[in-house]
Design a protein around this ligand. Sequence first.
Ligand SMILES: Cc1ncc(COP(=O)(O)O)c(C=O)c1O
Length: 285
Amino acid sequence: MRSYLNGKFVDADAAVVPVTDRGFMFGDGVYEVTRSAGGDLIELTRHVRRLTRNLREMAISLRESDVATMVDVSRTLLRDNRLDGDALVYWQVTRGAAPRVHQFPPVGTVPTVYVATMPVTLPHAVRTRGAVAITTPDIRWARCDVKTVNLLPNTLAKQRAVESGADEAIFVRDGTITEGASSNVFAVLDGELRTHPRSPYILPGVTRDVVLEVAGEAGMSVREEPFRPDDLARASELFFTSTFNDVMPIVRVDGRTIGSGRPGPVAQQLYAAFLERVSPVAAAP
Ligand SMILES: Cc1ncc(COP(=O)(O)O)c(C=O)c1O
């Protein structure tokens, strides 16, 4: 596989950054994961917008033209790596390499820019049986709306999930469900679609936005308002959304069955609408 690092195409195995890189030292960087199908990027505009916002929020100076180059490079890598099926495209930008002090490095320090592509097998089998989740305290900081490479609480939560045989960990902060370790979470409660509102405590997922749009278009009643773990007992459905998973039904949380215990009609309808919305880029399985 070829990848791209700081202006050069390199073998993925040979892509190295100095140990003084602020991404390595401090987790001082942001990233995006986009998906491609048939060599083109799904919801590209939204991913570019989120990357640009996150760079600005973290005061990492990357020119607009450099972001455009990352998009061009992504397409080149997909072609050169012959990834014309389902693939993930990874973008990472750090504040660059500089002597290790906490405050920002001198003006002019060049950000590190990395682009990689990888083939992916989409989790259709999990979607058919329904995913299993655990809840776990949300110990993250108060800027979860920024997609930074500081992912330790997320990796710890996901590891706990995997160790208990689950597919995803659902964060609980101040008694309410915020989101998943790498996804946004939706419930169907009293016939209404519910999800945590945009706030500093969740990542505004691209898939979440698209699902909210298609749900609105389908005439579903949608409320962006937090819900609580206690509410799950009366939820008819629960699902999570992400670039990798699209719409993924959850059938069990902390050992308790959700709804009928099988993927439900709302998740199925939203998944179908989502696929239609992002097609012809993404094809149905
Ligand atoms: C914490 C978190 N929330 C939500 C999401 C879903 O975002 P998207 O739909 O843009 O992939 C992700 C994706 O990785 C995530 O890491």
